[in-house]
Design a protein around this ligand. Structure first.
Ligand code: SF4
Length: 363
């Protein structure tokens, strides 16, 4: 597989094929700023991309695009693994696409059990549709399927139930936490009850570490990173977006990530190699190296974890030897440190803000 590089090898890309969305999520307001279909990137722009081992196709809601199957045709020879993120509402379209492209993976965003999901996503019967989509994909025999939750104060109570549901269905379970950034059109996402979110994540971490699948152990480490993010601590590992990963928006702009609103260049006007090797791209990489944001999303965390396996393995071994429950019972974990003290320290502490990032541009 040939990879176009500048410094690090490109390992991952998030390709946003539309900003149109049929959901009305409380933690992401992309739906309020839909892209015009006439302006969205198509097969011509995607054909310019280099080979990239892992690709996430996302939106908005990608299945709103009538030509999504054509876009996947272009991407297929360029990647080893491609996962489409969706809210799962358009079951028939999703299943038809999976029939034509049985090589793809699909992740349905499910924010909780029916009440929480439908409230947070603003989609009547959204949970019902999402679950039906997953069941239909399972019947179809699609192997790489699962669902994912974006954790906020409003769905913490459902986190472990969703994990149990994923285990019962034998499918993957991904986690995220609310962030702010231009992509989300949000600057006010925050945890007012971080102690509750951290406690739920600690229980999930222990459950993942009890799994027999090593993949779940590394998921536990990722979730440990989420607890650090919610605590207001620095990232577990440095961010390398713009060097080994990038974010392509629906207008063709090649960006480092979904929080730092800078563009290396536009695929509608230039080829990828020119953009990737441009002075602007190098300047953005310097800004990423100096970035003070503490984002911890799978797109910016997965590759650093893979590159720093010894650090992850050390944590896994230590944590397996002394699980969270035992640490708490021995007074080493925050619940005995005092939830109210924890809440005092972190309640209302703002998550990364879009203005903060803009202020660092060019630094
Ligand atoms: S830490 Fe900085 S460069 Fe990395 S994803 Fe966040 S804003 Fe982007």
């Amino acid at each position: 597989m040939r990879t176009t590089t500048r410094g690090d090898r490109i390992r991952f890309a998030s390709i946003v094929v539309t900003y149109r969305c049929n959901a009305r999520c409380h933690m992401c307001h992309t739906w309020q700023s839909p892209s015009n279909p006439a302006d969205e990137i198509g097969v011509r722009e995607l054909a310019k991309l280099p080979c990239i081992p892992t690709v996430n196709v996302t939106g908005g809601e990608p299945f709103l695009r009538d030509d999504l199957g054509d876009l996947l045709d272009v991407l297929r020879p360029k990647t080893r693994r491609l996962v489409v993120s969706t809210n799962g509402y358009l079951t028939d379209r999703i299943v038809a696409t999976a029939r034509r492209h049985p090589w793809i993976g699909i992740r349905v965003s499910i924010e909780g059990l029916p009440k929480a999901n439908d409230e947070l996503r603003g989609l009547p019967d959204g949970f019902d549709h999402g679950l039906r989509t997953l069941l239909a994909l399972r019947r179809l025999g699609l192997r790489d399927i699962g669902f994912g939750i974006t954790l906020s104060d409003r769905n913490v109570a459902d986190l472990l139930d969703l994990h149990t549901l994923s285990q019962a269905m034998g499918i993957e379970f991904a986690t995220a936490a609310v962030h702010n950034g231009y992509y989300f059109h949000k600057t006010d996402n925050r945890f007012d009850h971080p102690e509750a979110a951290i406690a739920a994540l600690e229980k999930l971490i222990d459950a993942l570490l009890r799994s027999r699948r090593p993949k779940d152990w590394f998921r536990a480490y990722f979730n440990h990173g989420l607890t650090e993010y919610i605590r207001g601590n620095p990232r577990l590992l440095p961010c390398a977006m713009g060097g080994e990963s990038f974010f392509l928006d629906p207008y063709g702009d090649v960006r480092p990530c979904n929080v730092m609103e800078r563009s290396m260049g536009n695929l509608k006007h230039d080829d990828f190699r020119t953009i990737w090797r441009s002075p602007e791209a190098d300047d953005i990489r310097r800004a990423v190296a100096a970035c003070g944001q503490r984002c911890w999303m799978i797109g910016s965390a997965a590759e650093p974890i893979k590159r720093n396996l010894p650090a992850a393995v050390r944590w896994i071994v230590r944590r397996k030897a002394c699980p969270g429950e035992r640490r708490w019972a021995e007074g080493q974990g925050f619940p005995l440190l005092g939830a109210s003290r924890m809440a005092q320290r972190h309640s209302g502490r703002p998550l990364p803000q879009i203005e903060d990032v803009r202020g660092k541009q060019g630094s």
